[in-house]
Design a protein around this ligand. Structure first.
Ligand code: G4P
Length: 533
């Protein structure tokens, strides 16, 4: 195998998707602990404690210096190079969260055992599912009272419409959690609790389920219950085929408790074994680029602007897709058609930034961006000069009308809005024939609106008046006859707008209103994402 191929085979790049409070910070930290990247758990959490208590932009600004280091965390485990992409949640939830998923080869879906599938998990799941990303499920907080494992399995299957195969199964529940049974190896791992409250790696005892010591250690009642569960799963459950996992049609499920470390190592090892190495990427012309192509290529998936107001620097995060990255190399930037030198590349380890000398497919690097990069931009070796397919548009849920406060500053305002929309900070829509000098902006999270306001003022010297609109749903509208679309003008319960490619979009309050409009306008078709058919 070539050296490049070997590097690729050993890389895993994934994101953890979950609803706030399911335990993502805790699990990330425990993965780092097992990867030896930190020695005592507690540091990642301490960092989170400082984060975004106030949703004041200046505060956010200050904290960017902290959160940027967590955009990707890298560690080594048993010969694997692991890249965990950070997907911002809470008040930070924005299109960035979705875009980060574009850089992942798989996702770990973290679910709180007491709460089941929650709204933010659902949204993130669908973005992954649309890309056929392999998804691994970790049911967390098993040390507490939670819902029945079978009930949780069924919920994932029903709500997310994906087949589930539990790889591990809990031994003892509701405060009596003792360990996990691995259905693939038939091994039971029993955990020893210690006084470290999960700050150190866990000691455990593992043996085959037929080993008499297991029954002795957990007692007859738990042992019989476990055998009953195993039989039921084997008889009535799904069959396990790794191909289904890799196509994103079956999710392997694991049970554990990130806080006490129970089941974390079992999960990590199986996950690394089963999850895909860096995957091929599709180009704009429909061709597919293999990661072991020796020529370098990468795409930008996130831009972090203005981390330091005094310097106004931006960091562009890119994912390497093929070849080898060498510090200081010059590559072709497809969007500008110009060569760019990749100077000062940064990589983000568990605790600090370091300068990268070399990086490989699946790795993420951050580059200081003098303002030339946009989200989804392609960089490649001069001999490739390729362009990756465009990033999808993600469903905005919050809409506002924005106008310049001072009409003399209209030019700056327009320039700012258009540039920020190009950079991917907000989605911009326009209305036609209404004579209003305003734009409609659509975002995924409230924070994006705050950022828009702040950046327009500070970077473009334009203050704005923002009126939030009651809409929560946007659909791209298609019709055989264009006049059918015209009929949507002047709706009481919706607004017809146009996206930046001039495609019609309807904004409505809720799904119910959508159906109402559809029933009265039979010639129309509404799509969640635009299609250039
Ligand atoms: P997030 O990043 O997904 O938002 O979740 P985070 O890890 O911050 O965890 C949210 C809360 O859930 C924390 O409690 C954390 O300690 C707790 N937690 C995480 N994993 C487990 C688990 O396996 N079992 C139990 N019982 N709790 C878990 P908190 O009270 O908000 O914070 P703290 O006081 O523990 O710092």
């Amino acid at each position: 195998m070539s050296e490049l191929k070997e590097k690729i085979e050993k890389r895993r790049t994934f994101a953890i998707i979950s609803h706030p409070d399911a335990g993502k910070t805790t699990l990330t930290e425990k993965l780092l602990l097992y990867g030896g990247a930190i020695h005592l758990a507690g540091s990642v959490k301490a960092r989170k404690a400082n984060k975004h208590a106030v949703s004041d932009w200046m505060e956010i600004e200050k904290q960017r210096g902290i959160s940027v280091t967590s955009s990707v965390l890298q560690f080594d485990y048993q010969g694997y190079r692991v890249n965990i992409l950070d997907t911002p949640g809470h008040q930070d939830f924005s299109e960035d969260t979705y875009r980060t998923l574009m850089a992942a080869d798989s996702a770990v879906m973290l679910i709180d055992a007491a709460k089941g599938v929650e709204p933010q998990t659902k949204k993130l799941f669908w973005v992954c599912h649309r890309r056929h990303l392999p998804i691994f499920t970790f049911i967390n907080k098993l040390d507490r009272f939670g819902r029945e494992p079978l009930d949780l399995m069924e919920e994932v299957e029903k709500i997310l419409q994906i087949k589930v195969y539990p790889i591990t199964w809990p031994v003892g529940l509701d405060g009596k959690y003792k360990g996990v049974y691995n259905r693939l190896t038939r091994e039971v791992s029993l955990f020893k609790t210690d006084a470290s409250h999960g700050s150190k790696q866990l000691e455990e005892f593992s043996a085959d389920i037929d080993d008499p010591r297991i029954k002795e250690m957990i007692g007859d009642e738990l042992f019989e219950a476990l055998l009953g569960d195993i039989e039921l799963l084997d008889m009535a459950g799904e069959e396990f085929h790794i191909e289904d996992v890799l196509k994103g049609e079956l999710t392997p499920m694991f049970f554990g408790s990130a806080m006490t470390n129970f089941g974390v190592q079992e999960f990590l090892e199986k996950f690394l074994e089963m999850s895909p190495a860096p995957q091929p990427r599709t180009l704009l012309n429909g061709d597919v680029l293999e990661p072991d192509n020796p020529l370098f290529s990468a795409f930008v998936f996130k831009i972090q602007a203005n981390m330091n107001p005094a310097h106004r620097d931006r960091i562009a995060f890119m994912r390497i897709c093929s070849g080898e990255f060498d510090k200081g190399m010059t590559v072709y930037h497809a969007q500008s058609g110009k060569p760019v030198k990749l100077a000062q590349p940064q990589q983000f380890l568990a605790q600090e930034r370091t300068i990268v000398e070399k990086a490989y497919p699946g790795d993420i690097i951050g580059l200081f961006d003098p303002g030339i990069f946009g989200i989804g931009d392609s960089l490649s070796d001069d001999k490739l000069k390729l362009r990756f397919e465009d990033f999808p548009v993600f469903p905005a849920e919050i809409f506002a009308r924005v106008q310049p406060k001072d009409s003399l500053k209209r030019k700056q305002f327009e320039k700012g809005i258009l540039q920020l929309s190009q950079e991917g900070a907000v989605q911009v829509f326009t209305q036609k024939h209404v004579g209003l000098e305003s734009f409609i902006v659509g975002v995924v999270g409230q924070l994006q609106l705050e950022v828009l306001e702040y950046r327009l003022k500070n970077e473009y010297n334009a203050q704005l008046v923002m009126t939030q609109l009651p809409f929560t749903v946007a659909r791209w509208v298609y019709a055989e006859k264009p006049e059918d679309i015209e009929k949507l003008r002047g709706l009481d319960n919706g607004m017809l707008v146009y996206d930046k490619k001039d495609r019609p979009v309807i904004l409505v309050n809720n799904e119910w209103a959508l159906n109402w409009i559809l029933q009265r306008n039979p010639g129309l078709e509404f799509l969640v994402v635009p299609s250039d058919k």
